[in-house]
Design a protein around this ligand. Structure first.
Ligand SMILES: [Zn+2]
Length: 170
């Protein structure tokens, strides 16, 4: 069971590469390279998945780093984080499946007046289909089948759906 609620035979756990700071740094630099000329002032990521990679992208861009998190189910800025009107923000995630977390983070930032320039992730497992409301790039684009639980063949065979991710509020 993915964070999105969809079922898939394949789970991509970016934490396993991001546990190595040098790899995280290099992935951050690779994403940052795509936005070198975009005058990004702030990188923002949805917690928890986007925290490490977003921080590394911000470091590589010389930008500020903030994050959004869920409060009563809604993705919001907390901890005194704020954005200025028109502030140029890049949203960074680890993995995009449906784009839900990124889309909600983009919306939260726009609601606070930011100019969200683009979104980026290490992995896009939607084969490029996920829409997040701003231009989006990924270091690696995969077409990994994920299905609605109602149409899941593994569930029909009685195989238990397990959730290796970390989000507990869904
Ligand atoms: Zn299933």
């Amino acid at each position: 069971m993915l964070t999105s609620g969809l079922h898939s035979a394949i789970y991509l756990q970016c934490a396993l590469v991001l546990q190595h700071p040098r790899e995280a740094r290099d992935l951050g630099r690779s994403i940052a390279q795509r936005f070198r000329d975009e005058n990004i002032q702030t990188v923002a990521s949805p917690a928890i998945g986007g925290l490490i990679i977003g921080h590394e992208v911000a470091r590589a861009l010389g930008a500020r780093f903030i994050w959004t998190e869920r409060e009563n189910g809604r993705m919001v800025l907390r901890r005194g984080f704020s954005v200025s009107p028109g502030e140029r923000v890049l949203v960074v995630e680890d993995v995009v499946t449906t784009g839900g977390s990124t889309r909600e983070t983009v919306a939260a930032l726009k609601a606070n007046g930011a100019n969200v320039v683009a979104a980026a992730s290490i992995i896009d497992r939607s084969s490029g289909k996920a829409e997040v409301g701003v231009p989006r790039v990924a270091l690696v684009t995969l077409d990994v089948p994920s299905v609605d639980p109602a149409g899941c063949e593994a569930c029909k065979r009685g195989e238990p759906a397990i959730k290796p991710g970390s989000r507990k509020d869904k």
